[in-house]
Ligand binder design. Structure first.
Ligand SMILES: [Zn+2]
Length: 511
């Protein structure tokens, strides 16, 4: 490599739980053992992919970037398309035309403004890929390619040249061996021969794809992890031979973890039987006008509820009905007007304010629900969209929040590799952007993220004190809690659930 400027390769393993590495991923495991790694690396709420990727690739939490759920109802968009679907490029484009889906400058924007490149190869959905760099067609030499649908690639010139060689990519099958393979092939046969970009994202869709399909410990998901580990071995071998000594930093990350689906509960059906007229995405897509329903429901585990008439009477009625359901876990609402940042209760009495978990936003629902789950077993209840025994995520279980981050390279110090400090995706983003020279200039795009630089991996630092807190809220018999850690002027959410004895046996049995 002729030049010696700082670059990054970020290898993502979607939905990889830190405790699922050791048995199936020997290469990744060995890499982590000799890297800077964080024992408390935390996803943001809701612990869904389309929410966490904009944080990983911007340095802002959902309350600032605006993608408040994998799917959400947007009152500003015309009824038929009003439910934003993060997995769909047409949906992202429709919503982006009304108002920016991602409301702040991203890693890609900052690199582009500095004349540097971001090149994304991703084996998640086309929409997930798009949200990693939504403006890849705005900047010279940028790339955003989903290996499962090359026709959605940005910019057009890249789409055409990739299609010539690889057609429209590979279909998603479970496990996604083909996606992992094609992503690696494009990196070695297309990216490297023409010169590595300034920041390259290689986002592998496993083990998330197979975890949802088969379960996190199913043998086929273990195979998916082994196969992803072999792909990583190829990347790591290249990095050791040619990247490491040429200022290429290698980061490995996962966006969220997984819980286990233990039981089904259909909240939409329950609300209908209680007398509400409830519409879901499919009702709106079928052309039913939103004014014909009492509320819109989106989601199946962490769900948003948007009332057509969000007056106090309706909000309290809905709250009381939700609190009477054993299968309901946590309840949140938007902050009260003029609330301070640490106001525990949201605008609906007895529910947590979304500002406590950094997901408050004008796009947010009137009431957000996470179905019941158990932090001891990692088991959860959700609607019927995923089978019992499979993996899912979106709530505040530690099993869903705890994620993977490991980094190695010339920018990082050689000693004290294990970090107990809490850290989040926004901190990772700020660290990458700072090391890339994007933040400490007069030209840095506004606003600047308030995240924490992970300086413990860069220079000798004194360990600062961390303060843990438990926030509790009780309304009648309904009680819920959130654990947070205050550290270095940042607040991190580490767990949250409904409190009290749970009599749902499926949630209490551990495997
Ligand atoms: Zn997932």
């Amino acid at each position: 490599m002729a030049e010696n400027k700082t670059r990054f390769i970020i290898v993502g393993f979607d939905g990889l739980r830190p405790d699922c590495i050791r048995d199936d991923m020997p290469t990744l495991s060995a890499f982590i053992d000799e890297s800077h790694r964080w024992n408390h690396y935390l996803a943001t709420f809701p612990t869904e992919t389309y929410v966490n990727h904009p944080t990983i690739f911007s340095g802002f939490r959902p309350n600032r970037h605006g993608v408040i759920a994998n799917a959400y109802f947007n009152r500003k968009v015309q009824s038929k398309d009003a439910v934003f679907m993060g997995n769909s490029v047409p949906s992202i484009e429709t919503h982006d035309a009304v108002s920016n889906v991602i409301e702040i400058p991203t890693l890609g924007d900052r690199l582009g403004a500095a004349g540097k490149t971001l090149r994304v190869l991703c084996a998640n959905s086309e929409g997930s890929t798009r949200l990693q760099h939504i403006h890849a067609d705005h900047y010279e030499g940028h790339l955003n390619c989903c290996v499962h649908n090359i026709s959605a690639t940005l910019p057009l010139c890249e789409r055409e040249s990739l299609q010539k060689r690889w057609g429209n990519g590979v279909a998603l099958k479970f496990p996604d061996y083909d996606g992992t393979q094609l992503l690696t092939d494009i990196f070695f046969e297309y990216e490297l021969p023409r010169g590595l970009g300034d920041v390259t994202i290689l986002w592998i869709g496993e083990p998330d794809h197979s975890s949802h399909e088969f379960g996190i410990l199913d043998e086929r998901t273990c195979q998916a992890r082994r196969h992803a580990d072999q792909a990583f071995e190829r990347i790591l071998n290249w990095w050791k031979a040619e990247g490491k000594d040429n200022n290429v930093q290698l980061a490995v990350i996962s966006d969220h973890g997984h819980g286990v689906v233990a039981s089904h509960y259909d909240l939409k059906e329950k609300l209908i039987s209680n007398g509400w007229k409830v519409f879901s995405r499919t009702d709106l897509q079928a052309g039913k006008p939103v004014s014909d329903c009492d509320l819109v429901i989106v989601g199946d585990y962490t769900l948003g509820l948007w009332l057509t008439t969000a007056n106090e009477k309706n909000l309290i009625r809905l709250r009381d009905e939700l609190m009477a359901i054993d299968e309901v876990g946590m309840l949140f609402s938007q902050p009260k007007p003029q609330a301070t940042a640490d106001e525990v209760e949201g605008k609906v009495p007895g529910t947590f304010s979304e500002s406590l978990i950094f997901s408050d936003h004008e796009r947010g629902p009137d009431i957000r629900v996470t179905m019941r789950n158990n932090p001891q077993t990692g088991k959860l209840i959700m609607g019927p969209s995923l089978e019992i025994g499979t993996g899912n995520h979106g709530g505040l279980l530690p099993q869903e929040i705890n994620s993977v981050l490991a980094m190695q390279g010339s920018c990082f110090k050689a000693s004290t590799l294990v970090h107990e400090e809490p850290a989040g995706h926004d901190d990772f983003a700020l660290t990458v952007m700072t090391l890339m020279g994007l933040m400490n200039t007069d030209q840095a795009l506004e606003p600047i993220p308030q995240a924490r630089m992970l300086s413990e991996a860069i220079e000798e630092t004194e360990i600062q004190p961390a303060r843990e807190e438990v926030l509790c809220l009780k309304e009648g018999n309904f009680e819920q809690y959130i654990h947070r850690v205050h550290f270095a002027n940042r607040i991190y959410v580490t767990e949250g659930a409904r409190a009290g004895d749970c009599t749902i046996t499926a949630l209490n049995q551990s495997e």
